[in-house]
Design a protein around this ligand. Structure first.
Ligand code: FAD
Ligand code: FES
Length: 439
Protein backbone atom coordinates (compact mmCIF):
# COMPACT_ATOMS: atom_id res chain seq x y z
CA UNK A 1 0.00 0.00 0.00
CA UNK A 2 1.59 3.27 -1.03
CA UNK A 3 0.57 5.83 1.54
CA UNK A 4 -1.23 9.10 1.05
CA UNK A 5 1.75 10.89 2.53
CA UNK A 6 4.09 9.18 0.08
CA UNK A 7 1.80 10.13 -2.78
CA UNK A 8 1.87 13.73 -1.64
CA UNK A 9 5.65 13.59 -1.65
CA UNK A 10 5.74 12.14 -5.15
CA UNK A 11 3.26 14.72 -6.34
CA UNK A 12 5.29 17.63 -5.01
CA UNK A 13 8.50 16.23 -6.54
CA UNK A 14 6.69 15.90 -9.87
CA UNK A 15 5.50 19.50 -9.64
CA UNK A 16 9.01 20.64 -8.69
CA UNK A 17 10.38 18.80 -11.74
CA UNK A 18 7.84 20.36 -14.07
CA UNK A 19 8.32 23.82 -12.52
CA UNK A 20 12.09 23.50 -12.79
CA UNK A 21 11.88 22.52 -16.45
CA UNK A 22 9.48 25.33 -17.39
CA UNK A 23 11.26 28.05 -15.39
CA UNK A 24 14.71 27.15 -16.73
CA UNK A 25 13.42 26.82 -20.28
CA UNK A 26 11.69 30.25 -20.15
CA UNK A 27 14.69 32.01 -18.57
CA UNK A 28 16.90 30.53 -21.28
CA UNK A 29 14.59 31.85 -24.02
CA UNK A 30 14.42 35.28 -22.34
CA UNK A 31 18.19 35.59 -22.10
CA UNK A 32 18.46 34.65 -25.77
CA UNK A 33 15.72 37.14 -26.83
CA UNK A 34 16.98 40.07 -24.77
CA UNK A 35 20.52 39.80 -26.08
CA UNK A 36 20.12 38.23 -29.54
CA UNK A 37 23.46 39.48 -30.79
CA UNK A 38 25.61 38.34 -27.96
CA UNK A 39 27.14 34.92 -28.60
CA UNK A 40 27.63 34.24 -24.89
CA UNK A 41 24.01 35.14 -24.10
CA UNK A 42 22.81 32.94 -26.96
CA UNK A 43 24.87 30.05 -25.63
CA UNK A 44 23.43 30.68 -22.18
CA UNK A 45 19.93 30.64 -23.59
CA UNK A 46 20.42 27.35 -25.44
CA UNK A 47 22.25 25.67 -22.55
CA UNK A 48 19.70 26.81 -19.95
CA UNK A 49 16.79 25.58 -22.10
CA UNK A 50 18.46 22.18 -22.56
CA UNK A 51 19.30 21.99 -18.84
CA UNK A 52 15.66 22.70 -18.01
CA UNK A 53 14.42 19.95 -20.29
CA UNK A 54 16.99 17.39 -19.14
CA UNK A 55 16.45 18.27 -15.44
CA UNK A 56 12.68 18.00 -15.71
CA UNK A 57 12.87 14.76 -17.69
CA UNK A 58 15.28 13.18 -15.15
CA UNK A 59 13.06 14.03 -12.20
CA UNK A 60 10.11 12.65 -14.12
CA UNK A 61 11.98 9.43 -14.89
CA UNK A 62 13.05 8.95 -11.26
CA UNK A 63 9.43 9.39 -10.20
CA UNK A 64 8.26 6.92 -12.81
CA UNK A 65 10.81 4.29 -11.66
CA UNK A 66 9.84 4.82 -8.00
CA UNK A 67 6.17 4.41 -8.71
CA UNK A 68 6.80 1.27 -10.77
CA UNK A 69 9.13 -0.34 -8.20
CA UNK A 70 6.33 -2.58 -6.91
CA UNK A 71 7.81 -2.58 -3.39
CA UNK A 72 4.85 -1.72 -1.26
CA UNK A 73 5.10 0.19 2.02
CA UNK A 74 8.46 1.54 0.91
CA UNK A 75 9.37 4.48 3.10
CA UNK A 76 10.91 7.61 1.64
CA UNK A 77 14.64 7.87 2.23
CA UNK A 78 15.43 10.72 4.55
CA UNK A 79 18.53 11.61 6.54
CA UNK A 80 17.19 11.87 10.04
CA UNK A 81 14.41 10.41 12.09
CA UNK A 82 11.32 12.62 11.89
CA UNK A 83 9.82 13.83 15.13
CA UNK A 84 6.13 13.20 15.38
CA UNK A 85 3.33 14.50 17.54
CA UNK A 86 3.34 13.74 21.26
CA UNK A 87 1.73 10.44 22.18
CA UNK A 88 -1.95 10.47 23.05
CA UNK A 89 -3.07 9.42 26.54
CA UNK A 90 -5.12 6.30 27.21
CA UNK A 91 -7.19 4.62 24.49
CA UNK A 92 -7.69 6.07 21.01
CA UNK A 93 -9.89 4.57 18.30
CA UNK A 94 -8.14 3.38 15.15
CA UNK A 95 -9.74 2.20 11.93
CA UNK A 96 -8.38 -0.82 10.10
CA UNK A 97 -7.73 0.64 6.65
CA UNK A 98 -6.13 -2.42 5.10
CA UNK A 99 -5.85 -6.14 5.94
CA UNK A 100 -3.25 -8.30 4.19
CA UNK A 101 -2.52 -12.01 4.51
CA UNK A 102 1.26 -12.39 4.82
CA UNK A 103 1.53 -16.18 5.28
CA UNK A 104 -0.72 -19.10 6.16
CA UNK A 105 -0.67 -17.95 9.82
CA UNK A 106 0.16 -14.22 9.85
CA UNK A 107 -2.09 -11.37 8.73
CA UNK A 108 -1.27 -7.66 8.79
CA UNK A 109 -3.63 -4.92 9.90
CA UNK A 110 -2.95 -1.32 8.83
CA UNK A 111 -4.35 1.21 11.30
CA UNK A 112 -5.11 4.90 11.01
CA UNK A 113 -6.62 7.11 13.74
CA UNK A 114 -10.40 7.40 13.44
CA UNK A 115 -10.18 11.08 14.47
CA UNK A 116 -8.02 11.81 11.39
CA UNK A 117 -5.33 13.33 13.63
CA UNK A 118 -1.56 12.99 13.53
CA UNK A 119 0.28 9.76 14.13
CA UNK A 120 3.26 10.09 16.44
CA UNK A 121 6.53 8.59 15.25
CA UNK A 122 7.50 5.48 17.19
CA UNK A 123 10.82 3.74 17.77
CA UNK A 124 11.53 0.66 15.68
CA UNK A 125 10.84 -2.38 17.87
CA UNK A 126 7.99 -0.88 19.92
CA UNK A 127 4.50 -2.33 20.26
CA UNK A 128 0.87 -1.22 20.52
CA UNK A 129 -1.64 -2.40 23.10
CA UNK A 130 -5.14 -3.22 21.79
CA UNK A 131 -8.44 -3.47 23.64
CA UNK A 132 -10.96 -5.81 22.05
CA UNK A 133 -14.61 -6.30 22.99
CA UNK A 134 -15.01 -9.94 22.09
CA UNK A 135 -18.46 -11.52 22.31
CA UNK A 136 -18.54 -14.17 25.03
CA UNK A 137 -15.72 -12.56 27.02
CA UNK A 138 -16.81 -11.04 30.32
CA UNK A 139 -14.41 -8.08 29.99
CA UNK A 140 -12.35 -6.46 27.26
CA UNK A 141 -9.42 -8.54 26.07
CA UNK A 142 -6.13 -6.62 26.10
CA UNK A 143 -3.16 -7.77 24.01
CA UNK A 144 0.08 -6.25 22.78
CA UNK A 145 1.41 -6.45 19.20
CA UNK A 146 4.71 -5.18 17.79
CA UNK A 147 4.70 -2.55 15.08
CA UNK A 148 5.88 -4.46 12.03
CA UNK A 149 6.73 -1.62 9.64
CA UNK A 150 8.57 1.67 9.75
CA UNK A 151 6.88 4.05 7.31
CA UNK A 152 8.64 7.40 6.93
CA UNK A 153 6.82 9.69 7.44
CA UNK A 154 4.51 7.65 9.61
CA UNK A 155 1.19 7.48 7.79
CA UNK A 156 -0.17 4.29 9.38
CA UNK A 157 0.68 1.73 12.04
CA UNK A 158 0.97 -1.87 10.92
CA UNK A 159 0.52 -4.91 13.16
CA UNK A 160 1.14 -8.44 11.92
CA UNK A 161 -0.67 -11.04 13.94
CA UNK A 162 -0.28 -14.79 14.05
CA UNK A 163 -3.45 -16.82 14.48
CA UNK A 164 -2.68 -18.84 17.64
CA UNK A 165 -3.99 -22.41 17.46
CA UNK A 166 -4.65 -24.47 20.58
CA UNK A 167 -1.53 -26.39 21.63
CA UNK A 168 -1.87 -29.84 20.02
CA UNK A 169 -1.51 -31.76 23.26
CA UNK A 170 -4.17 -29.76 25.16
CA UNK A 171 -7.93 -29.69 24.89
CA UNK A 172 -8.26 -25.90 25.26
CA UNK A 173 -9.60 -22.98 23.25
CA UNK A 174 -7.39 -21.50 20.50
CA UNK A 175 -5.98 -18.00 21.14
CA UNK A 176 -8.83 -15.61 21.93
CA UNK A 177 -7.60 -12.29 20.55
CA UNK A 178 -5.60 -13.47 17.54
CA UNK A 179 -8.39 -15.68 16.21
CA UNK A 180 -10.95 -12.96 16.77
CA UNK A 181 -8.78 -10.45 14.89
CA UNK A 182 -8.25 -12.82 11.95
CA UNK A 183 -11.90 -13.84 11.71
CA UNK A 184 -13.83 -10.73 12.72
CA UNK A 185 -11.72 -7.64 12.22
CA UNK A 186 -11.54 -6.33 8.69
CA UNK A 187 -11.23 -3.12 6.73
CA UNK A 188 -13.44 -0.50 8.40
CA UNK A 189 -13.38 -2.12 11.86
CA UNK A 190 -12.47 0.14 14.77
CA UNK A 191 -10.12 -0.89 17.58
CA UNK A 192 -9.07 0.94 20.76
CA UNK A 193 -5.30 1.37 20.89
CA UNK A 194 -2.82 2.66 23.46
CA UNK A 195 0.26 4.62 22.26
CA UNK A 196 3.44 2.89 21.07
CA UNK A 197 5.49 1.61 23.97
CA UNK A 198 8.37 -0.72 24.82
CA UNK A 199 12.10 -0.65 25.29
CA UNK A 200 13.07 -3.39 22.86
CA UNK A 201 14.30 -0.78 20.39
CA UNK A 202 17.32 -0.27 18.21
CA UNK A 203 19.57 2.77 18.19
CA UNK A 204 19.85 3.07 14.42
CA UNK A 205 22.67 5.59 14.58
CA UNK A 206 25.27 3.20 16.06
CA UNK A 207 27.93 1.81 13.75
CA UNK A 208 28.32 -1.65 15.36
CA UNK A 209 26.71 -4.35 13.18
CA UNK A 210 23.17 -5.24 14.29
CA UNK A 211 22.13 -8.89 14.09
CA UNK A 212 18.33 -9.25 14.04
CA UNK A 213 17.51 -12.86 14.88
CA UNK A 214 13.95 -14.16 14.93
CA UNK A 215 11.79 -17.19 14.41
CA UNK A 216 8.08 -17.45 13.68
CA UNK A 217 6.06 -14.33 14.39
CA UNK A 218 9.10 -12.90 16.24
CA UNK A 219 9.91 -11.44 12.83
CA UNK A 220 7.59 -8.45 13.42
CA UNK A 221 9.81 -6.05 15.41
CA UNK A 222 12.81 -7.10 13.29
CA UNK A 223 11.22 -5.85 10.08
CA UNK A 224 10.62 -2.48 11.66
CA UNK A 225 14.23 -2.36 12.90
CA UNK A 226 15.67 -3.45 9.55
CA UNK A 227 13.70 -0.81 7.62
CA UNK A 228 14.61 1.94 10.11
CA UNK A 229 18.32 1.09 9.93
CA UNK A 230 18.38 0.84 6.14
CA UNK A 231 16.80 4.24 5.68
CA UNK A 232 18.15 6.19 8.63
CA UNK A 233 21.70 4.82 8.77
CA UNK A 234 22.68 3.01 5.55
CA UNK A 235 26.23 2.62 6.93
CA UNK A 236 25.22 0.31 9.76
CA UNK A 237 25.70 -3.36 8.75
CA UNK A 238 22.50 -5.32 9.44
CA UNK A 239 22.08 -9.08 9.51
CA UNK A 240 18.50 -10.31 9.19
CA UNK A 241 18.44 -13.95 10.29
CA UNK A 242 15.03 -15.62 10.35
CA UNK A 243 13.88 -19.17 10.91
CA UNK A 244 10.53 -20.62 9.97
CA UNK A 245 9.01 -23.94 8.93
CA UNK A 246 8.84 -23.46 5.17
CA UNK A 247 7.58 -21.15 2.43
CA UNK A 248 3.97 -21.44 3.60
CA UNK A 249 4.73 -20.03 7.04
CA UNK A 250 7.30 -17.50 5.81
CA UNK A 251 5.88 -13.96 6.07
CA UNK A 252 7.52 -10.89 4.49
CA UNK A 253 10.06 -12.89 2.48
CA UNK A 254 9.73 -10.73 -0.63
CA UNK A 255 9.67 -7.46 1.35
CA UNK A 256 12.95 -8.29 3.08
CA UNK A 257 14.61 -9.45 -0.14
CA UNK A 258 13.48 -6.27 -1.91
CA UNK A 259 14.84 -4.15 0.95
CA UNK A 260 18.19 -5.99 0.82
CA UNK A 261 18.40 -5.48 -2.93
CA UNK A 262 18.14 -1.72 -2.44
CA UNK A 263 20.37 -1.54 0.64
CA UNK A 264 23.74 -3.31 0.43
CA UNK A 265 24.23 -2.95 4.22
CA UNK A 266 21.39 -5.46 4.78
CA UNK A 267 22.40 -9.16 4.71
CA UNK A 268 19.70 -11.81 4.81
CA UNK A 269 19.75 -15.44 5.94
CA UNK A 270 16.58 -17.59 5.97
CA UNK A 271 16.55 -21.01 7.65
CA UNK A 272 13.72 -23.50 7.02
CA UNK A 273 13.16 -26.38 9.47
CA UNK A 274 10.91 -28.41 7.14
CA UNK A 275 11.35 -27.09 3.61
CA UNK A 276 9.12 -28.37 0.79
CA UNK A 277 10.59 -29.21 -2.61
CA UNK A 278 9.06 -26.01 -4.04
CA UNK A 279 10.95 -23.94 -1.43
CA UNK A 280 14.29 -24.68 -3.11
CA UNK A 281 16.12 -21.46 -3.86
CA UNK A 282 14.11 -19.45 -1.30
CA UNK A 283 16.06 -20.32 1.83
CA UNK A 284 19.75 -20.33 2.72
CA UNK A 285 20.05 -23.23 5.16
CA UNK A 286 18.01 -26.07 6.61
CA UNK A 287 17.43 -26.63 10.33
CA UNK A 288 17.00 -24.17 13.18
CA UNK A 289 18.55 -20.81 13.93
CA UNK A 290 21.08 -21.35 16.70
CA UNK A 291 24.28 -19.73 17.91
CA UNK A 292 26.42 -22.02 15.70
CA UNK A 293 24.67 -20.61 12.64
CA UNK A 294 25.10 -17.05 13.89
CA UNK A 295 28.85 -17.66 14.46
CA UNK A 296 29.21 -18.81 10.85
CA UNK A 297 27.59 -15.60 9.61
CA UNK A 298 28.90 -12.77 11.78
CA UNK A 299 31.60 -11.84 14.29
CA UNK A 300 30.75 -11.32 17.93
CA UNK A 301 31.52 -7.59 17.79
CA UNK A 302 27.89 -6.77 17.15
CA UNK A 303 24.58 -6.05 18.85
CA UNK A 304 22.21 -9.02 18.87
CA UNK A 305 18.42 -8.63 18.93
CA UNK A 306 16.37 -11.77 19.65
CA UNK A 307 12.65 -12.39 19.32
CA UNK A 308 10.96 -15.76 18.95
CA UNK A 309 9.76 -18.90 20.69
CA UNK A 310 10.91 -19.64 24.26
CA UNK A 311 13.23 -22.52 23.29
CA UNK A 312 14.79 -20.44 20.49
CA UNK A 313 15.44 -17.51 22.83
CA UNK A 314 16.91 -19.66 25.57
CA UNK A 315 19.23 -21.56 23.25
CA UNK A 316 20.45 -18.35 21.60
CA UNK A 317 20.89 -16.50 24.86
CA UNK A 318 23.07 -19.22 26.34
CA UNK A 319 24.88 -19.83 23.02
CA UNK A 320 25.80 -16.15 22.68
CA UNK A 321 26.95 -16.06 26.30
CA UNK A 322 29.18 -19.11 25.82
CA UNK A 323 30.62 -17.51 22.70
CA UNK A 324 31.63 -14.55 24.88
CA UNK A 325 29.12 -11.92 23.72
CA UNK A 326 28.70 -9.46 26.63
CA UNK A 327 25.18 -9.26 28.09
CA UNK A 328 24.94 -5.56 27.25
CA UNK A 329 25.15 -6.44 23.54
CA UNK A 330 22.17 -8.82 23.64
CA UNK A 331 18.59 -7.51 23.61
CA UNK A 332 15.48 -9.65 23.57
CA UNK A 333 11.72 -9.62 23.77
CA UNK A 334 9.47 -12.56 24.37
CA UNK A 335 5.90 -12.71 23.08
CA UNK A 336 4.99 -15.72 25.15
CA UNK A 337 3.71 -15.10 28.62
CA UNK A 338 5.36 -18.08 30.32
CA UNK A 339 8.56 -17.67 28.40
CA UNK A 340 9.79 -14.51 29.98
CA UNK A 341 9.70 -16.14 33.38
CA UNK A 342 11.93 -18.87 32.08
CA UNK A 343 14.43 -16.46 30.57
CA UNK A 344 17.17 -15.93 33.10
CA UNK A 345 15.74 -13.75 35.85
CA UNK A 346 17.92 -10.74 36.42
CA UNK A 347 16.48 -9.81 39.80
CA UNK A 348 16.87 -12.47 42.45
CA UNK A 349 13.65 -13.54 44.12
CA UNK A 350 13.38 -11.90 47.51
CA UNK A 351 12.96 -14.90 49.76
CA UNK A 352 12.47 -12.80 52.92
CA UNK A 353 8.68 -12.69 52.92
CA UNK A 354 6.67 -15.87 53.12
CA UNK A 355 3.34 -14.36 54.11
CA UNK A 356 1.73 -10.95 53.71
CA UNK A 357 -1.62 -9.23 54.04
CA UNK A 358 -2.80 -7.84 50.71
CA UNK A 359 -5.51 -5.22 50.67
CA UNK A 360 -7.37 -4.64 47.40
CA UNK A 361 -9.07 -1.33 48.14
CA UNK A 362 -11.42 -1.08 45.15
CA UNK A 363 -12.60 -4.65 45.60
CA UNK A 364 -12.84 -4.14 49.35
CA UNK A 365 -10.92 -7.34 50.13
CA UNK A 366 -8.19 -8.18 52.70
CA UNK A 367 -6.44 -11.47 51.93
CA UNK A 368 -3.42 -13.42 53.12
CA UNK A 369 -0.78 -14.12 50.47
CA UNK A 370 1.70 -16.96 51.01
CA UNK A 371 4.79 -17.71 48.94
CA UNK A 372 3.02 -20.43 46.92
CA UNK A 373 0.42 -17.93 45.70
CA UNK A 374 2.68 -16.65 42.93
CA UNK A 375 2.65 -13.11 41.65
CA UNK A 376 0.20 -10.52 42.91
CA UNK A 377 -1.67 -10.80 39.61
CA UNK A 378 -2.01 -14.57 39.99
CA UNK A 379 -3.05 -14.09 43.62
CA UNK A 380 -5.71 -11.53 42.64
CA UNK A 381 -7.09 -13.81 39.89
CA UNK A 382 -7.19 -16.79 42.24
CA UNK A 383 -9.42 -14.67 44.46
CA UNK A 384 -11.79 -13.60 41.67
CA UNK A 385 -10.27 -10.17 41.21
CA UNK A 386 -9.44 -9.70 37.53
CA UNK A 387 -7.14 -6.73 36.84
CA UNK A 388 -6.31 -6.00 33.20
CA UNK A 389 -3.14 -7.64 31.85
CA UNK A 390 -1.51 -8.42 28.55
CA UNK A 391 2.09 -9.66 28.48
CA UNK A 392 2.34 -10.94 32.10
CA UNK A 393 6.05 -10.27 31.71
CA UNK A 394 6.59 -6.69 32.87
CA UNK A 395 6.80 -5.44 29.29
CA UNK A 396 3.55 -3.74 28.40
CA UNK A 397 2.46 -1.88 31.55
CA UNK A 398 -1.17 -3.04 31.27
CA UNK A 399 -1.28 -4.46 34.82
CA UNK A 400 0.20 -1.33 36.43
CA UNK A 401 -1.68 -0.21 39.53
CA UNK A 402 -1.16 2.24 42.39
CA UNK A 403 0.49 0.90 45.53
CA UNK A 404 -0.87 2.79 48.54
CA UNK A 405 1.17 1.09 51.24
CA UNK A 406 4.07 -1.39 51.46
CA UNK A 407 6.58 -2.59 48.86
CA UNK A 408 6.88 -5.30 46.25
CA UNK A 409 9.81 -7.23 44.84
CA UNK A 410 10.13 -7.98 41.10
CA UNK A 411 10.82 -11.49 39.86
CA UNK A 412 12.43 -10.18 36.70
CA UNK A 413 13.52 -6.81 35.38
CA UNK A 414 10.45 -4.79 34.38
CA UNK A 415 10.88 -3.10 31.02
CA UNK A 416 7.60 -1.15 31.00
CA UNK A 417 7.75 2.46 32.20
CA UNK A 418 6.41 2.42 35.76
CA UNK A 419 4.70 5.56 37.02
CA UNK A 420 5.82 6.79 40.45
CA UNK A 421 3.72 5.19 43.19
CA UNK A 422 2.69 2.29 40.92
CA UNK A 423 3.75 -1.33 40.51
CA UNK A 424 3.46 -4.04 37.88
CA UNK A 425 1.59 -6.83 39.60
CA UNK A 426 2.22 -9.45 36.88
CA UNK A 427 5.85 -9.93 37.91
CA UNK A 428 5.85 -8.87 41.54
CA UNK A 429 5.39 -10.42 44.95
CA UNK A 430 5.04 -8.66 48.32
CA UNK A 431 8.22 -7.48 49.99
CA UNK A 432 6.59 -6.16 53.15
CA UNK A 433 4.10 -7.86 55.45
CA UNK A 434 1.29 -5.55 54.27
CA UNK A 435 0.70 -4.30 50.76
CA UNK A 436 -2.23 -2.09 49.82
CA UNK A 437 -3.15 -1.92 46.14
CA UNK A 438 -5.72 0.34 44.47
CA UNK A 439 -7.49 -2.61 42.87
C1 FAD B 1 5.63 -7.12 23.61
C2 FAD B 1 4.80 -8.14 22.84
C3 FAD B 1 4.71 -8.03 21.47
C4 FAD B 1 3.96 -8.97 20.75
N1 FAD B 1 3.90 -8.86 19.38
C5 FAD B 1 3.21 -9.77 18.68
C6 FAD B 1 3.15 -9.68 17.26
O1 FAD B 1 3.75 -8.79 16.64
N2 FAD B 1 2.42 -10.59 16.59
C7 FAD B 1 1.76 -11.60 17.25
O2 FAD B 1 1.08 -12.42 16.59
N3 FAD B 1 1.80 -11.72 18.60
C8 FAD B 1 2.49 -10.81 19.33
N4 FAD B 1 2.51 -10.89 20.68
C9 FAD B 1 1.70 -11.94 21.36
C10 FAD B 1 0.27 -11.41 21.60
O3 FAD B 1 0.27 -10.35 22.52
C11 FAD B 1 -0.68 -12.49 22.14
O4 FAD B 1 -0.10 -13.04 23.30
C12 FAD B 1 -0.96 -13.58 21.14
O5 FAD B 1 -1.62 -13.03 20.00
C13 FAD B 1 -1.88 -14.66 21.75
O6 FAD B 1 -3.04 -14.03 22.21
P1 FAD B 1 -4.45 -14.77 22.06
O7 FAD B 1 -5.45 -13.98 22.83
O8 FAD B 1 -4.73 -15.08 20.65
O9 FAD B 1 -4.18 -16.14 22.76
P2 FAD B 1 -4.58 -16.52 24.27
O10 FAD B 1 -6.04 -16.66 24.40
O11 FAD B 1 -3.90 -15.61 25.18
O12 FAD B 1 -3.93 -17.98 24.35
C14 FAD B 1 -2.56 -18.17 24.11
C15 FAD B 1 -2.30 -19.65 23.85
O13 FAD B 1 -2.65 -20.37 25.03
C16 FAD B 1 -3.51 -21.46 24.68
N5 FAD B 1 -4.36 -21.74 25.85
C17 FAD B 1 -5.61 -21.31 26.08
N6 FAD B 1 -6.06 -21.81 27.26
C18 FAD B 1 -5.04 -22.54 27.77
C19 FAD B 1 -4.87 -23.33 28.96
N7 FAD B 1 -5.85 -23.43 29.86
N8 FAD B 1 -3.69 -23.93 29.13
C20 FAD B 1 -2.68 -23.83 28.23
N9 FAD B 1 -2.79 -23.13 27.09
C21 FAD B 1 -3.95 -22.49 26.88
C22 FAD B 1 -4.26 -20.98 23.47
O14 FAD B 1 -4.78 -22.07 22.73
C23 FAD B 1 -3.16 -20.24 22.74
O15 FAD B 1 -2.37 -21.14 22.01
C24 FAD B 1 3.27 -10.00 21.43
C25 FAD B 1 3.37 -10.09 22.83
C26 FAD B 1 4.13 -9.19 23.52
C27 FAD B 1 4.22 -9.32 25.02
S1 FES C 1 0.71 -7.42 32.01
FE1 FES C 1 2.23 -6.43 30.84
S2 FES C 1 3.44 -5.45 32.34
FE2 FES C 1 2.09 -6.65 33.48
Amino acid sequence: MRTTANNLFLKSAECAGAGFAIATFLSGVMIGLLSPKERAANHWGVSASLLGLVGGASIGLIQKRESQSGVDNEPIKIDSQPTGEAYWKGWRNFTVVHKVKESEEITSFYLQPQDGGQLPQFEAGQFLTLKLDIPGQSKPVIRTYSLSDYPIPVAYYRLSIKREPAPPELNVMPGIASNYLHANIGEGSVIAVRPPSGKFVIDVHKSLPAVLISNGVGITPMISMAIACCYLNPNRPIWFVHGTRNGLSHAFRDDILALAQKHPNLHVHFTYSRPRPEDNGFYHSEGYVDSQKIKQLVGKEAEFFLCGSPSFMQSLQSGLKMWGVPDNQVFYESFERQASNSIEPQIATDKGITEAQIVFTESNRKLIWTMNDGTLLEFAEANDIYPPFSCRSGICGTCMCKILEGEVTYQQVPTADIEPGSVLICISKPRTSRVVLAL
